[in-house]
Design a protein around this ligand. Structure first.
Ligand SMILES: [Zn+2]
Length: 275
């Protein structure tokens, strides 16, 4: 929670306490009826913030299956794996990438056309705006995913993130792209929103999740957006394959034998910043 400007900090009341009115951010609205566990004042980039920790206990529910979640720049791909069914969903977050690319150009133009305090002011203004717009999309996407967790009664399973960084060894251009979506944040949002429904997330190792053929088990070299198995000829969307591989890594997951055609048509959900 940001301390609003215009507060009268110098004003002291009896016993040295001051009262500061504050606005609750829309994403934090629901915490109003949670218990306050503690709070502290922190200074970040010259501004004061109050960090408040809220607490609420949720009852864990019995899962009926597993949800493999593969987080990418343009989509979050899901594999619902239950004893009686398998379903694939692609949550399209490409608008976040589009926003990121646009603001990247804007920043570059500010850097070459302005200087001094004007440059600093503009850069900070646009960076704040960019973060808020991307965050809104990621919150929306995470909400959709946690609702799927609740409806399907599945354990969300994601890749342990350290491996994502190790896995990708590209140059500077790729590095910028890699950071265009804050993967850790997306995982955190999905985790806590799912926990509110009674399903606690699990992490699995990322090893081979984008390389293993779901039909024959062959380890292939990743090559473009389409996964192609050199041994059995199976083809499907690379991220959907990864979501499946992430789901079945959880020991409790006992998938049905999978028909190759089951992979062909994921349900697509588009996430837009506005509306
Ligand atoms: Zn294969």
């Amino acid at each position: 929670m940001k301390v609003p400007s215009g507060c009268t900090f110098h004003q002291s009341t009896h016993k040295g306490h001051i009262e500061i009115p504050f606005k609750v951010h829309e994403h934090a609205e629901k915490f109003r009826d949670w218990k306050v566990k503690g709070s502290r004042l922190v200074k970040m980039e010259g501004e004061y913030y109050i960090h408040v920790t809220f607490r609420k206990i949720f009852e864990a529910k019995d899962p009926e299956g597993v949800l493999g979640i593969d987080v990418n720049e343009r989509s979050i791909d899901l594999a619902v794996v239950k004893p009686e069914k398998v379903k694939f969903i692609k949550v399209d977050i490409s608008e976040a990438k589009y926003i990121r690319d646009r603001y990247f150009k804007k920043r570059r133009s500010i850097q070459s056309n302005t200087s001094g305090s004007k440059r600093a002011r503009l850069l900070s203004k646009y960076s704040g705006r960019e973060k808020r717009r991307i965050n809104a999309i990621l919150h929306k996407a995470s909400k959709i995913i946690s609702e799927i967790v609740n409806e399907e009664k599945v354990i969300p399973v994601m890749e342990r993130l350290i491996n994502i960084r190790e896995k990708i060894r590209y140059g500077r251009v790729m590095n910028r792209r890699l950071h265009s979506i804050p993967f850790r944040k997306v995982q955190e949002y999905i985790s806590y929103k799912s926990m509110e429904y009674g399903f606690e997330r699990e992490f699995v190792k990322a090893k081979n999740t984008s390389k293993k053929c779901p039909i024959c088990g062959e380890i292939n070299k990743p090559n473009g957006h389409v996964f192609k198995c050199k041994k059995c000829g199976f083809q499907a969307d690379r991220h959907i394959v990864a979501a499946w591989n992430i789901a079945v890594k959880l020991p409790m997951c006992r998938p049905l034998p999978l028909a190759a055609k089951a992979f062909n048509e994921p349900l697509i959900i588009e996430v837009r910043g506005k509306g």
